[in-house]
Design a protein around this ligand. Structure first.
Ligand code: FES
Ligand SMILES: [Fe+2]
Length: 348
């Protein structure tokens, strides 16, 4: 799908310190890949529909390569891509039962990543194992956690899955910045007003933002473009999942965007739209279709309004103002966010 073209943003004057007018204000934020580490967050890897039972595919992740395969048991697993024998790429291998078989010498690896057999009968070496990422499938996306064990969950919408109709999109173009840069738009209340033309019905809700160790949420009560009333809960989990839910005019929309991390300085958008599916009658199906069109327009328009800025920004907190209180707190949260790279020896 094509992102909308957006108007160019305007450069405003910057208050530079007098002593050294050439110096940019502010400190750089820690970037993904700095010191070989990445934030310990859930990242989208591919769509569920892109890996059917018995299939394997390769994906770029954390500046390396991983495979996603789905065995007979229907479970999707994300593992390092290179065979520990002599390094063949397992994305051209085959799924055998619930195991992945290397295309080269036909060694097989089980669901936990350990080599379970060689083709010629040599015993499987104990050291021959793949890195197995904690993997989850939710809302039509396969997610992997950068770490040995996840320390938070992917968010759920307020309605159960069987009440919802879900559509999911994988955007074809990579964005030219780390995932957290897009995530930093959610606490950026100034940007909601001026980039997305949202008129808050209340004082800026800085004081009602709920924080925990792995994210935050708050409620936006506002008039969106064309005066459409919204009452959305918006939030970020980890460094790489945006979600929102609540009424848009007369119907409820759930939205989630996972920011994939193929390599430092880039990210990939996986977007989920959820609507109440109704009773299945022809009228409710027609209404659902119409609402999906609106929700998709809203998603495309919103991302379109952000995209040129995200593709060109050199992010650093310089001169923040009172309206940036929640953004400033989020940038502190990002600086402290746990980083690791346990798969580093496996995925390159
Ligand atoms: S390289 Fe995979 S089995 Fe030899
Ligand atoms: Fe935005």
């Amino acid at each position: 799908m094509a992102a909308q073209t957006i108007s160019k943003f305007t450069r405003t004057a910057v208050d530079l310190p007098e002593e050294n007018p050439s110096e940019r204000v502010g400190n750089l934020m820690p970037a993904e890949g700095d010191d070989g580490l990445f934030t310990q967050s859930w990242f989208p890897i591919c769509l569920s529909s892109e890996v059917e039972k018995g299939q394997v595919r390769g994906e770029a992740f954390l500046d390396g390569k991983v495979i996603v395969f789905r065995g007979d048991d229907g479970v999707a697993r994300v593992m390092s891509a290179y065979c520990p024998h002599v390094g063949a790429d397992l994305s051209i291998g085959a799924v055998v039962g619930n195991q992945i078989q290397c295309a080269f010498h036909k060694w097989e690896y089980g669901g936990d990543g350990a080599c379970v057999k060689t083709a010629i009968g040599d015993p499987a070496p104990e050291k021959a194992r793949l890195f197995k990422f904690p993997t989850k499938e939710q809302y039509g996306v396969v997610w992997a956690f950068n770490g040995d064990a996840p320390d938070f969950d992917i968010p759920n919408f307020e309605y159960d899955d069987d009440h919802l109709a879900i559509r999911v999109f994988r955007f074809p173009e990579l964005l030219n910045c780390d995932p957290w840069v897009f995530a930093a738009n959610t606490p950026d209340m100034q940007h909601f007003k001026v980039v997305h033309k949202t008129e808050f019905a209340t004082e800026d809700p800085h004081d009602s933002v709920t924080w925990d160790d792995h994210g935050f949420r708050y409620q936006v009560i506002a008039a969106h473009q064309q005066g459409v009333p919204i009452e959305w809960t918006v939030g970020i989990r980890g460094t790489s999942i945006f979600w929102q839910e609540g009424p848009y005019g007369d119907f409820w929309i759930g939205g989630m965007v996972g920011f994939g991390l193929p390599r430092p300085g880039k990210h990939e958008l996986f977007a989920v739209l959820a609507l109440e599916k109704g009773d299945g009658s022809p009228e409710s199906k027609a209404l659902l279709e119409q609402r999906f069109e609106t929700a998709e327009m809203l998603m495309t328009r919103t991302i379109g309004e952000d995209i040129d800025i995200l593709n060109t920004i050199k992010y650093r907190p310089g001169t923040l103002t009172a309206g940036d209180r929640t953004l400033g707190k989020f940038l502190q949260y990002l600086r402290r966010f746990p980083r690791a790279h346990p798969s580093s020896a496996f995925i390159k």
